[in-house]
Ligand binder design. Structure first.
Ligand SMILES: [Zn+2]
Length: 387
């Protein structure tokens, strides 16, 4: 009898030990902060809960960096990490926050739009928890997140997600996907409160342009493109043609389907004053048939299986031994966003948006992404926000 209780106790201790051993890295990942340095153009830092009070005190709340220009003009909202496993959006947003000087107009930048998803992971797919970007001042470490918010923050999932307000039936998992929960509502599930906050910001501040930055598989047809609804398509087309002519990279325009609800490029334009754009850069890491999901693949985008599929013409982007490195992906996003501002300003004389100090495609490809990330150790007192 005594021997039996002893072995039960030993098993319980072993089980607890394994749970702590397995859980601690996830706990650390969820609570680790990423430094965001307030650059020369940042004039205020807000919380999204100021526009959506139902976010207050939750992991859905997130920072909104305001860069108000010296002269009045138009307004633009930039969002990264709608999907926190597509870091080229978050990095482009950080580069704007840390480098941009706004001459005319105002920028609102949300680098961790789905803050909860940036603290989530996908262990079944072998996702790394972190990735490092080399900079002049050492390695800068970022959390690698997931497509959807953490179930620790929003749970349980429904059997089917019924989109609000259109009542279209979506996959259950999309209730935690901030690119399906637009336009949101103030008292809906947490991710609807996130998108509602951004809608309120756009409505209250009369934001002209909303740019939601993503990455997409090379085997997915909607990749390497600007997704735009009817009202944004002219500016998107001009931006696409200009970057191709002036900067030598392809970024075609895809129409936003009217019948597919909940997406930023559809709902933002239907429920508020802003012209929406969704940027997709190819991210080989997200493709299914690749080798191990390593940080190397995440950063350089080189994979032998994709290379052989490319020779069989199965990919929707050109792909060779050079892969599709992060610098190219982030650089495209920077140039396309700047070009959307420029094209909008040309057409709307009273609401110009003029930004300087932000690198373009060629700068990011030549110098790397890390060159444009600020050193938090050299920031002014109070100049670093931990996200
Ligand atoms: Zn995405």
């Amino acid at each position: 009898m005594k021997k039996d209780s002893l072995s039960k106790a030993a098993l319980a201790v072993a089980f607890l030990g394994l749970a702590v051993w397995g859980g601690l890295p996830l706990y650390r990942h969820r609570h680790r902060g990423v430094p965001v340095v307030k650059g020369p153009g940042v004039t205020a830092v807000l919380r999204l809960s100021e526009f959506s009070p139902g976010l207050k005190g939750t992991a859905g709340d997130t920072f909104v960096f305001v860069l108000q220009g010296k002269a009045p003009g138009g307004k633009a909202l930039l969002m990264g990490n709608t999907h926190a496993n597509e870091p080229e959006g978050m990095l482009a947003a950080l580069i704007f926050i840390e480098n941009a000087v706004v001459e005319k107009g105002t920028l609102y930048v949300i680098p961790f739009f789905n803050n909860s998803a940036s603290r989530n992971t996908r262990p079944g797919d072998g996702y790394p928890l972190y990735f490092d970007i080399a900079t002049d001042w050492g390695a800068c470490r970022f959390r690698y997140g997931n497509r959807d918010a953490s179930p620790l923050d929003q749970w349980p999932d429904p059997d089917v997600y019924i989109h609000y307000p259109e009542r279209q039936l979506l996959s259950y998992i999309d209730v935690r996907n901030t690119n399906r929960t637009w336009p949101g509502r103030p008292d809906g599930p947490l991710m609807e409160r996130v998108t509602f906050g951004a809608m309120e910001l756009m409505r209250r501040e009369s934001v002209d342009l909303a740019i939601d930055i993503h990455g997409a598989e090379t085997m997915f047809p909607v990749t390497n493109c600007i997704v735009a609804p009817e009202k944004s398509v002219k500016i998107a087309t001009l931006a696409s043609l200009t970057v191709k002519a002036m900067e030598g990279f392809e970024n075609h325009v895809e129409p936003s389907p009217a019948g597919f609800r909940g997406l930023s490029h559809r709902e933002i334009g239907d429920h508020g004053p802003s012209l929406p754009f969704l940027l997709e850069a190819p991210i080989p890491f997200l493709d299914q048939p690749t080798g191990p999901k390593t940080t190397k693949l995440l950063l350089d985008g080189k994979d032998p299986f994709l290379l052989s599929l490319s020779r069989k013409k199965k990919l929707f982007v050109p792909y060779d031994e050079d892969g599709w490195p992060l610098e190219k992906r982030v650089g495209q996003n920077l140039s396309v966003a700047l070009e959307i501002f420029r094209q909008f300003s040309k057409k709307s004389a009273g609401r110009p948006i003029a930004v300087r100090g932000v690198p373009r495609y060629a700068d990011a490809v030549k110098d790397g992404v890390g060159r444009f990330l600020a050193d938090p150790a050299k920031a002014a007192p109070g100049g670093v926000i931990m996200n």
